[in-house]
Design a protein around this ligand. Sequence first.
Ligand code: ASP
Length: 313
Amino acid sequence: MQRRTFLKQTTALTALSTVQINAQTVDFPIVLSTWKNEKANDAAWESLKKTGRALDAVEAGARIPEADPNDTSVGYGGFPDRDGIVTLDACIMDEKGNAGSVTFLQNIMHPISVARAVMEKTPHVMLSGEGALQFALSQGFKKENLLTEKAKKAWEEWKKTSKYEPKINIERHDTIGLLALGNKGEISGACTTSGLAFKMHGRVGDSPVIGAAVFCDDEVGGACATGLGEFVLKTLGSFLIVELMRNGKNPQQACEEAIMRIVKRYNYKEFQIGYLALNKKGEYGAYSIQSGFSYTLTEKGVTKVFEAKSYMK
Ligand code: ASP
C-alpha cells in the first residue's frame, strides 16, 4: 500500500487504530517514555484523545514531571548544579523533521514548551541561556523560582560530602524522554531534564541535542535516551538507533547495538545509559547498560511500567 493512501485512509481516525500496511499490523497511537512515568504517559494519551497528534502528546507528557516538585530530575524541583542553580535542557522533534530545543534555561517551568516555540516560531533550532529566557518571556512564559526546599537541602547535603572539583558526577538521574505515534501513525519525540545533579555550572548534556537525546524520522521511527549524557553525545545515540532501524534492525536490536558502541569504547561499568526506540509499525525496544532501567508504555489506553533488558545483569 502506498504511504499516501495509508495516510488518507487513516486521516479520519481519531481513536485507537489498527491498520494493515504491507500485511503488517500497525497499532497506534502508542506512547513510550523513559523510567516510571505513568502520569506523563496518561497526560500524553489524554492529549492524543483531544488532538490525535504525537507532537502534542509528547509535549503534554513532558510537562507533567516538569511541574512536579517531587521529580528531582526535571523542571520544578530538579536538583540544581554545583552552584545551587537549576538549569534546564529540553528538545522536541516532530514527524516533519522540525526540531526545537533550549539549553541552560533558568526559571521557566516548562522548557519543553519553550523548545516547541523555538521550533514553531523562530528560524532556529536551539536557544541557550539568557537568550532562551528572553525568548520564553517574550512568548508569555513566566519567570519562577524552580529551586524547592527539598532540592536546596539535597544540594546543601551534597556540598558537605562532595569535593567541588570540575569532573562529571554520575549521581543517579531520571530524565524523561518520550516517543509517540499519533492517530495518523506519525512519530514525534521529546526530552526534558534539569541535567545531572550538582553538575558544573554551564554544563549542557545530551537532552537538548537533536540526534543525541531524541531523533525522529517519519520514514523509520524514533529513539530517545537517558543516563549520563556525555556518552550519548559522544555516540549520537538516538540518531544512530534510527539509522540502524532504517537499515533493517528492529527497535530492540537497534537499542542494543547503540549500547554496545558505548560498551566497546568506554568505561561503561561506571555509568548508566538507557535507550528507547519505536518504529512506524508500533514495535518498540528498550536497552540499558546497567540493570534497573524501566520504561512506561501506553497502548490501547492502558499504561504499564516495564523493566528494560540490560547489558550488565
Ligand atoms: N541525560 C541527562 C543528562 O545527561 C541525565 C539523565 O538522563 O538522567 O543531562
